[in-house]
Ligand binder design. Sequence first.
Ligand SMILES: Cc1cc2nc3c(=O)[nH]c(=O)nc-3n(C[C@H](O)[C@H](O)[C@H](O)COP(=O)(O)O)c2cc1C
Length: 279
Amino acid sequence: MVVNSLMHIRCTESKKTLKKSIKNWFYISLLNFQIVRCTEESCLATKQALYSIEWRGSVKQRFVWLTEQQEGVLFIETNASSNLMIDGIDHPLELLIRWLEDAKVAGVDKPDAMNIATIGKEGKPRNRMVLMRHVTQNEIGFFTNLLSDKSKEITANSNVSATLWWPNMERQIRIEGAASLMDREFVEDYFKTRPRNSQIAAWASKQSQSLESMHVLDERFQEAKRRFANDDIPIPEFWGGYTISIDRIEFWLGQPYRLHERIVFTRTENGWNISRLFP
Ligand SMILES: Cc1cc2nc3c(=O)[nH]c(=O)nc-3n(C[C@H](O)[C@H](O)[C@H](O)COP(=O)(O)O)c2cc1C
């Protein structure tokens, strides 16, 4: 896709202001894009300042800024590499892992935070945030209290959907699949890696049940602390995790003028079916 467009911008603006204008114009707020001045002879000869905007991986844009006018004209060109790249991806979760890594590198706060929806009573959807603390080539997973509302809902109906969003990168992933209890051995290993106070908190919380006051929660926390004072904290039986086997996963990449890209992988008997959707 090539998009050419004009944008008026003051030549006297500093790089910082220029960055702000670009962010507003593209609806982007990328953390780490760079403006690089071109030193190619061709652009020096035409007295144009050719810059490129670059950021990690899949998005790259170029623009020309005419320096001779008070009111500069910005020429924006989006080249092919700014599109959603799925070449060489054998399995959609490879792309999920890549995007998650990109988000970590870009310094996104809680890059593994995802919203997960379950089906509640009477078929009504309910959703909340969890941390996607398990990702392999085949599945994703999260940890939680097994007596919580979400766990009861999953037991009654294993269909779930989840969304990850990295606003600074203009990327969203939507997932649909079936949740099932995570291997106990794996959960135990993970529990051991948690900070001691988080382990104690797992004992203290009757997640999703009604709580009279924060004082009661603190009492329960202190009580568990005393109980395991000189020991490693054992994993509560009611604490565990769920894996989600994915049936459908959609990658969304923000593009100029809201001409966003959507690519959907749907599981079939013979592998993955790939299709594009209008934004
Ligand atoms: C960013 C974020 C991450 C969270 N991660 C988890 C998590 O990994 N596991 C969990 O049980 N709750 C997590 N929570 C709390 C849940 O959103 C929710 O309040 C809790 O699990 C109870 O949900 P339920 O009553 O629907 O079962 C997180 C909340 C936020 C805001």
